[in-house]
Write a protein that binds this ligand. Structure first.
Ligand SMILES: [Zn+2]
Length: 210
């Protein structure tokens, strides 16, 4: 028999889509420094009925407004906030709600009768493709990093920033002076890439390197 007073917090009791959504949701909350934890996942109908009875046929405050919950359908979960914040700290739950929105998860806080700790998904939920702003920034930096080909080929004796770039690319000590060590490493690189093996960084080798 179901113990109606017992709360289930097991992610594995949810449907696969909800499990994925919940894991992603918790990851994103963590990244945003929201210290939340799961208070309930799957809820058997008997327990839902028991909770519904509060404030109706049973004494106490109402804790739910419905007998038909997505918890019983294994598609919903509730969270709370860790100490030192209040258990249902509204600003934390609101931020969690914003994360949920980005992930295509429904937040109970948006309902007519708000249920701030509550989140749910549809059976066919799939993770949205998120364009992370930091990835975009990285891409911009890499583009800016592309330096035009130097005026003349770089060889033993060449000096400067471009030599430093080459040294970083072929993983030799960065001295800014094209030395024998650099030359040897460039030759090996040219050989690996099927270029003319002359130890001189001309246009062809440069465009392979960068
Ligand atoms: Zn709930």
């Amino acid at each position: 028999m179901t113990d109606v007073t017992k709360t289930c917090r097991d992610i594995n009791e949810l449907l696969p889509a909800a499990q994925k959504a919940l894991k992603l949701f918790l990851d994103e909350c963590k990244k945003a420094n929201l210290d939340v934890f799961i208070t309930e996942t799957y809820r058997p109908q008997e327990r839902q009925d028991y909770l519904y009875s509060y404030g109706r046929t049973r004494e106490g405050e109402k804790v739910t407004w419905t007998r038909s919950s997505n918890h019983t359908g294994r598609l919903a979960w509730d969270i709370a906030v860790n100490k030192p914040k209040d258990l249902y700290d509204s600003s934390t739950l609101k931020k969690a709600g914003e994360i949920a929105k980005k992930l295509g998860i429904t937040w109970g806080g948006t309902w007519k009768q708000p249920d701030n700790p509550h989140f749910e998904v549809k059976k066919d939920w799939v993770a949205p493709k998120i364009t992370k702003p930091d990835t975009v920034i990285k891409a911009e930096i890499i583009e800016k990093d592309i330096v035009p080909y130097p005026d003349k080929p770089l060889r033993v004796g060449s000096k400067g920033k471009d030599v430093e770039r080459i040294q970083r690319a072929v993983k030799v000590p960065v001295t800014g002076v094209y030395d024998e060590v650099t030359r040897k490493e460039v030759k090996e690189y040219q050989e690996r890439k099927g270029l003319d093996v002359d130890g001189v960084v001309g246009q062809q080798t440069w465009s392979k390197l960068f």
